[in-house]
Design a protein around this ligand. Structure first.
Ligand code: NAP
Length: 222
């Protein structure tokens, strides 16, 4: 049975990824920060594990719990938007928190689980078009944008470092989606965005490693 590990899977896109992979017959290992919030993803058919990705001790404990478990896909989905990040009112600690969760944590999770990869051998990270430097014309959201740009670079660098092990690493853009983060005005529903991204993951070839893919399968400019 193919296996996927999904971080931040108690709500939003992570929960929808868990639902869709479980419905396709995958073994889904879903992480939540708060055990009391694991019910929906457990009911979707996933095995629920605890992990705060910003706490690297928590990441190490998860790896230890899953020792010997093989993963086809490691999906770094957990992320935060952050507050107080407009020019003139930047909060430095908040900036660093967003960078830690969105950029550094996926790298630490990849370090912890790279040796678990087998079969498809994919490391994916849910990034954002807001991290695209060439597509950035709207200003604001300094921490979020910078964290996703950093994540994109980390994914591309991992692609080089892990090529010898046959690992394919990609950054994913879900579009603007109706979740707690995306808000009610977003044009896309989570089911459509995730269905598109699952199709992207399904069709990945080794030559795609280091790429940045939108949910509709198109490439996102860096
Ligand atoms: N929605 C959009 O329009 C959109 C667009 C582009 C990219 N994205 C990206 O897609 C991913 C999922 O976003 P979403 O829209 O589903 O957001 P969401 O509804 O706010 O859900 C975020 C998830 O991340 C988890 N999380 C946050 N900090 C964490 C930490 N330190 N450790 C472990 N889990 C943590 C949350 O857990 P708790 O419930 O415990 O907080 C929650 O499960 C994020 O990386 C986001 O940046 C979203």
């Amino acid at each position: 049975m193919p296996t996927i590990l999904i971080t931040g899977a108690n709500r939003g896109l992570g929960l929808e990824f868990a639902r869709q992979y479980a419905a396709e017959g995958w073994r889904v290992l879903a992480t939540v920060r708060d055990p009391s919030k694991g019910r929906a993803v457990s009911e979707a058919g996933a095995e629920v594990h605890l992990c705060d990705v910003a706490d690297f001790g928590s990441v190490a404990r998860l790896e230890s719990t899953l020792k010997g478990v093989s993963l086809d896909i490691l999906l770094n989905n957990a992320g935060v938007y952050g507050e107080h990040q407009d020019f003139g009112s930047l909060d430095a600690d908040e900036f660093l928190r967003v960078m830690r969760v969105n950029a550094l944590a996926p790298l630490k999770v990849a370090e912890a689980f790279a040796n678990h990869l087998t079969g498809r051998k994919i490391i994916a990270a849910v990034s954002s078009k807001m991290g695209s430097i060439s597509d950035s014309n709207s200003g604001g959201s300094y921490a979020y944008r910078a964290s996703k740009s950093a994540l994109n670079m980390l994914i591309r660098t991992l692609a080089v470092d892990l090529a010898g092990r046959g690992v394919t690493t990609v950054a994913l853009s879900p579009g603007w989606v109706r979740t707690d983060m995306g808000g009610p005005s977003a044009p896309l529903d989570a089911a459509s965005a995730v269905a598109g991204l699952c199709k992207v993951l399904e069709g990945l070839k080794p030559a795609d490693s280091g790429g940045f893919f939108h949910w509709d399968g198109s490439r996102v400019p860096w």
